[in-house]
Design a protein around this ligand. Sequence first.
Ligand SMILES: Nc1ncnc2c1ncn2[C@@H]1O[C@H](COP(=O)(O)OP(=O)(O)O)[C@@H](O)[C@H]1O
Ligand SMILES: [Mg+2]
Length: 237
Amino acid sequence: MTGETLLGVRGISAGYGSRDVLFDVDLTVGVGEVVAVIGHNGAGKSTLLKTVLGLVEPRSGVIEFGGVDVTSADTPTRIDAGMAYSPQQHFVFPELSVAKNLTMGTYVLPRRSRSTEPADEVSALFPVLGQRLRQRAGTLSGGQQRMLGLAMAMLSRPRLLVLDELSLGISPRLFDEILEVLTAWSNAHATAVLFVEQHVDRALDIADRAIVLRGGAVVADRTGVELAGAPDRWEWF
Ligand SMILES: Nc1ncnc2c1ncn2[C@@H]1O[C@H](COP(=O)(O)OP(=O)(O)O)[C@@H](O)[C@H]1O
Ligand SMILES: [Mg+2]
């Protein structure tokens, strides 16, 4: 982490139709910083990530990425600028093979920077996927599909990796394995990670900082260590 801001979310309000979901949300992610978003179901965590990606249009506020105002930029432009996203659901193409899915993950890269084969790169990160390259993604276990979705996002070599509930529907052991690979990789490449997680303790273990959302508003923004040690932490939920 260099202390330089990569993502700046300022005063974002957003919603769906007449329904307001996010209220004046501020959030920054530094270069290489790992930031967790925690909060109850329905707090607006996924909506916040979608707003960062340009999938939900904010009603007001500003989003800056790499010092550029991207508030009105579309999603492909943000991906080109170095964001990658693994959503809460539908993160793989079930009818395509594992290898084809991985290739999809690298489509956003300029051709000249595709120096290594996606399959080789992913085999080093997640050997279990390397052994199943020809298998249809839809026939993988839930946890392996999650891994594949994450690998696709990682292979685009993002500056900011945005992850929504990696742990959903997978075993705690596999989740720990995935987190280990993710944190080592994020450190090695100085890649920032913004992630939503229901497993608060595990999230705080790996996060440099965490924000707590309640009813669409930020009620805490602290370092992971401060949050993990705060006696009143459960009152924020
Ligand atoms: N596409 C949508 N259309 C209408 N309401 C939505 C949509 N997506 C989410 N919501 C509503 O917005 C609120 C926040 O949802 P979400 O951001 O998914 O919360 P979280 O990820 O924290 O569980 C919820 O009340 C949810 O029902
Ligand atoms: Mg969600």
